[in-house]
Structure formats: structure tokens, C-alpha cells
Design a protein around this ligand. Structure first.
Ligand code: AGP
Length: 585
């Protein structure tokens, strides 16, 4: 899940053009970054650096073509030698790559036997060496690329650059590549948002196609090498890359939630009705997602059972292919994904299509792979989400699933009312952030934090634990309160912090008992409820708005995670070892 960007055209400060492209793609991976631009007489400027992009600008270098990469390490540690672009022994063929070449080791051993010397630990480096080896037989670069596509296995997006010939060759299998062209030149990137500042028409490459850029011209070949017309589509993308006066994208996006939720409540009835008809016609449906999107799916299962009296499964997308044998033509698979590029979700929807099941996607990115693959789609309308931690896209998913359940139950108005109440509670909890800030500094050095909930508050506990883990790096675990006595309570000792979500609903009394059970073991109990109780050492009041209470409850955890991150001096927008869209298995 790296970011790749390339350009050829009239512009002359291409190093800085690529540099800003990489900055807008850095959410895809920020272990290291690299740029290569061609200077005069086949000379080149190559810069590879470990860590996040810090510089404002690169020194101006006269160049009209080049490419770059921002890395999320899969093969080989975070060192300069493993940073892209990689190259052949003559430094004539350069490659940037997003994905995993599953059979790289076998290819590498064959090349080593033929005398190739490798300088990195990456899977990617086999690509320029393969091209160098094939070039011994032919100088037909298209033929060489076709040969390489046949040889490699795995989900990948690759750009080759033949320096002396000033030619780029791009191809992909599942991982995204998008191209755009304007009077200034030709732009290539991992996602459309990186091209939006320059162009408004794009083409998303399909699996197996080969895109060629040479002499500022663009040509496309299908998987059999036949020339193909490029059908550009409009890219109505709002470029919004600024912090808008906030210190971090995380707190900016947390504060945007009331506006996002209001838009969904006020504008989506028709789209939701269409989706509800699809669900009514289906038999054997399943929500799928990864990370937060899976927790939103699980929350959906509770909403649909309680409100619409309808059972819909929820599955972790990376497990779905092992579960999918129940799918039939009457089944409906409902993938949830902010980015629309998460590879496990893309593979799952391809599996569903194999089984002739229908697909209804909930995604936040127009034109994403998931958006283009799904039969029906609901756009989450959360706006660009730059922070790696999903916040507004998570509550947007909950709002859509909550209203969908109410539409199926014929109580849409009631659903709208409860959500409007929930939005008020979100605004209230955001205004009470000083109190959460204090709790954050109290928890900042704790080793373990446990979060409990019952019913629909159980997936809320899971999402809350994830927000705390991926922001503050503290071990946090969410679990169904009823599971306490079956093992987890063994971990509770004096002062162990336990957050208890306890809305006054059918779970209230049982969850209160769980709070007493952990308190009896010395836990420091933090109660989130509309009703205080002496068992809580700290209490945060959130008024009940039926199952929509899940939304302000999650916002509490988002703010807690944010302030714990600041209290520990960490970066809330780019946590270590993570990336915003996971395009590798
Ligand atoms: C959430 O904060 C994480 N960034 C991660 O769990 C995320 O939800 C997951 O990778 C799924 O991403 P998606 O919604 O873009 O598919």
C-alpha cells in the first residue's frame, strides 16, 4: 500500500511536481520516499529518503519527466537501500511498485544464477533486473513488459521507466493506477485525489492493460497487447488538502462529523430507499469490511436485527473468501470501505461476483475500485478523509446503516429524529473535550485499557479499542461485557482502567453488573451513559438516542484517542506501521 506518481510533459520543475504528488499520497505509506527525474543527456537526479516527507521543496532541477514513490514496507526493512525507485545494474531501467510480487524469491534466484547482483531486500527489485535480462533478447519494450506480466504473481501496480528511451510502462492487477492528461502533460498516480489539482478527466487502468507514455503521447494496450481507446471519465473531485486551521486532520475530521451526519439525514432518503429494495429482494446477505469498516458492519447487524427484524451477517473481509460458499444468485454482499481500495474487500467482491451474488457498496471515494466494481453503490459523503484513523467515515457508515434499517422497518422519520438527537450529543461531547483531555492524560501511561459493551455497544467497544490502539499505541481491548467471567476478568487488577458503555436500553442492568464485577477486582471504572452510578470512578454523560447513541459514544473514543496521542507526543494523522488504504494482502 504505497503511493506512486509519474509525469511527462511540458512542465520543467518536475521533481517538485512529483514531490507534491507524493505528499498527497503519503497517507498510503510513509516509511520512506524516493524520486527520480531525467536531466539533460540521459543524466538523472535520484533521491531516496527514509521517514516521512519533511522538506517543503526540493532544489529546482530542470526536468520534464520522472516518477516517485512513498513506501509502506512489506519486504525489506525501512532502509534507504529498500526505498523505491529500484533499478537494474546499468541504472537504465527504473521501477516504482505498489503491492507484493509473491514469487519474487524464485525469480530472484534465477536472476542471481544469471549474474545479476541485488542491492536491496525488496520483492520489487526483481522487476528492473527481469527487464534487463529480457532486453538481452529484444529491445521491444512492450514485449518485455508483456513477458514480465506473465512471469510475476500477486496483486500489484507497477510503473517501469526506461531512462534513455524516455518511456513509461504502467500495468496493474487489482492495485489501482489512474492516468490523466492536460495541455501540460500526462500524469499517473495511485489514486485520483493526487491528480485532482491538475486535471478533471481520468482513466482508471483495468487489470492486465498496459499504458505507455512516450514523446508526451499516451497509448493503451489490452491484456492481449491490442491497442485500445482510452475512455476518460469526469473527475468531479473537490481538492481539500488543507488543515483548515486545525493542528491535525484527525481533530479536523472529528469536528466535521455533525455537518456530515446532517447531510446524510437530510439528503439520502431516495438513495436509501433504492438500497432497501435491493435488500428486500435478496436472500442471504452479508456486510463485509476490514478494521473499522468491519466494526461498522457488525454494528449494522445489530441495527438490522433490532430495528428491521432482519438478519444480515457481518464478515471480516480478509476471512470472507473462506466463508463465501453460502453465496447464491439471491445473495447480496454489502462491502463497506472508506477508501474503496482495501484489497481484502476488493477480492471479496470479486468472489461474490464469481458466485453471481449482487453487490451494494458503501464507500467514500467516487471512482474507487470498489465503487467501479459494485452493482449498486452508496457514497458516504464524508468528504476526503486524510487522517489514517477513520473517524467521520465510520460514523457516516453507522448513519447510513441505521437509516437503512429504519427504512426497511418503515420508520424512517423516527430514525431521522434519533439521528438528529445523536448529532446534538456529538456536538455536546466535542464541546466537553477538556474533560476528555484530562482523562487522556490520566490514561496516557497505562499499559492496558479494557472497553466493555453489550448489544450494539459491543462493536462500539471494539471500534473504541481500535481508535486507542492505533492512535496512542497502548494495548486496548474491547469485548462483550458478558464475556468477562469467561476469561478476560483475569486481566483486571488494581487501577486497571475499564471504559463501560452503558446506554439506558435493554442492556443497562446487565452491563451495570459487569461494571460492579470489574470494580470488585480493583478496576478504575469510566462510565459512558445517560445515567450516573456510584460504581463509576469517572462519568461522561451521553443522552440516549436509541441505537443512534452508538455515534456519540464512538466520538467520545475518537477524542480520547486523539488527546492520548498528543499527551504521548505522537502523530495522530500518521501512526507508525499503518496506512490509510491497505492495498496488499
Ligand atoms: C481505521 O482507523 C483504520 N485506518 C483501518 O482499520 C481501516 O478502517 C481499514 O483499513 C479499512 O479501510 P477502508 O474503510 O478504507 O476499507
Amino acid at each position: 500500500m504505497c503511493g506512486i506518481f509519474a509525469y511527462q510533459g511540458e512542465k520543467t520543475d518536475v521533481a517538485n511536481l512529483i514531490f507534491s504528488g507524493l505528499k498527497s499520497l503519503e497517507y498510503r505509506g510513509y516509511d520512506s520516499w524516493g524520486i527520480l527525474v531525467k536531466k539533460n543527456n540521459n543524466a538523472f537526479y535520484l533521491k531516496r529518503q527514509v521517514g516521512k516527507i519533511k522538506e517543503e521543496k526540493l532544489p529546482p532541477i530542470f526536468s520534464t519527466e520522472g516518477f516517485g514513490h512513498t513506501r509502506w514496507a512489506t519486504h525489506g526493512g525501512v532502509f534507504e537501500k529498500n526505498t523505491h525507485p529500484h533499478f537494474d545494474s546499468q541504472k537504465q531501467i527504473f521501477v516504482v511498485h505498489n503491492g507484493i510480487i509473491e514469487n519474487f524469491n524464485q525469480l530472484k534466484q534465477e536472476l542471481i544464477k544469471k549474474g545479476h547482483i541485488f542491492t536491496s531486500e525488496t520483492d520489487t527489485e526483481v522487476l528492473p533486473h527481469l527487464a534487463e535480462e529480457l532486453r538481452k533478447k529484444t529491445n521491444d519494450r512492450l514485449k518485455i513488459i508483456k513477458e514480465i506480466i506473465k512471469k510475476i504473481q500477486g496483486l500489484n501496480a507497477v510503473i517501469f521507466y526506461f531512462l534513455n528511451d524516455s518511456e513509461f510502462y504502467a500495468f496493474k492487477n487489482s492495485s489501482p493506477i489512474v492516468v490523466g492528461k492536460n495541455h501540460d502533460g500526462i500524469f499517473l498516480a495511485s489514486d485520483a485525489s493526487a491528480l485532482a489539482p491538475y486535471i478533471n478527466k481520468v482513466y482508471f487502468l483495468d487489470d492486465g492493460e498496459i499504458l505507455v507514455i512516450k514523446e508526451k503521447n499516451l497509448s493503451l494496450f489490452d491484456k492481449n497487447g491490442k491497442p485500445k481507446k482510452i475512455n476518460f471519465i469526469n473527475l468531479n473531485y473537490k481538492v481539500e488538502d488543507t488543515l483548515g486551521g486545525y493542528k491535525h486532520f484527525m481533530i479536523k475530521e472529528i469536528n466535521e462529523q455533525p455537518k456530515v451526519l446532517k447531510t446524510i439525514v437530510d439528503t439520502q432518503e431516495q438513495n436509501l430507499k433504492k438500497a432497501a429494495n435491493l435488500i428486500k429482494k435478496s436472500y442471504g446477505s452479508c456486510f463485509i469490511g476490514c478494521g473499522s469498516a468491519y466494526y461498522a458492519s457488525l454494528t449494522g447487524t445489530y441495527f438490522f436485527s433490532k430495528i428491521a427484524k432482519r438478519h444480515i451477517n457481518a464478515a471480516v473481509a480478509s476471512e470472507f473468501s473462506y466463508l463465501a460458499d453460502f453465496l447464491k444468485e439471491t445473495s447480496l454482499v454489502i462491502p463497506l470501505s472508506q477508501s474503496g481500495e482495501t484489497i481484502d474487500v476488493i477480492s471479496s467482491i470479486k468472489k461474490a461476483k464469481e458466485k453471481k451474488a449482487k453487490t451494494l457498496a458503501l464507500t467514500n471515494v467516487l471512482g474507487s475500485t470498489l465503487y467501479r466494481l459494485a452493482d449498486e453503490k452508496l457514497l458516504l459523503l464524508a468528504g476526503p478523509e486524510k487522517c489514517v484513523l477513520s473517524t467521520k467515515s465510520f460514523t457516516a457508515k453507522l448513519a447510513f446503516l441505521y437509516l437503512l434499517a429504519h427504512i426497511l422497518n418503515g420508520t424512517f422519520k423516527k430514525g431521522q429524529e434519533n439521528l438528529k438527537k445523536a448529532i446534538k450529543e456529538v456536538e455536546k461531547i466535542i464541546n466537553e473535550r477538556e474533560k476528555i483531555k484530562k482523562l487522556a492524560s490520566f490514561l496516557k501511561n497505562k499499559e492496558h485499557i479494557f472497553i466493555l459493551g453489550r448489544g450494539v455497544s459491543y462493536p462500539v467497544a471494539l471500534e473504541s479499542a481500535l481508535k486507542i490502539k492505533e492512535s496512542s499505541y497502548i494495548h486496548a481491548e474491547g469485548f462483550p461485557a458478558g464475556e468477562l467471567k469467561h476469561g478476560v476478568i483475569a486481566l483486571i487488577e488494581k487501577e486497571t482502567p475499564v471504559i463501560v458503555y452503558n446506554p439506558v436500553d435493554e442492556t443497562y442492568e446487565d452491563t451495570l453488573s459487569s461494571a460492579y464485577e470489574v470494580s470488585a477486582r480493583g478496576a478504575y471504572v469510566i462510565g459512558i451513559s445517560s445515567k450516573n452510578n456510584s460504581v463509576y470512578h469517572q462519568f461522561f454523560q451521553i443522552e440516549d438516542c436509541a441505537d443512534a447513541t452508538t455515534i456519540p459514544n464512538v466520538v467520545f473514543a475518537q477524542l480520547l484517542g486523539y488527546y492520548m496521542t498528543l499527551a504521548r507526543g505522537l502523530d495522530p494523522d500518521k501512526p507508525r506501521n499503518l496506512a490509510k488504504s491497505v492495498t496488499v494482502k
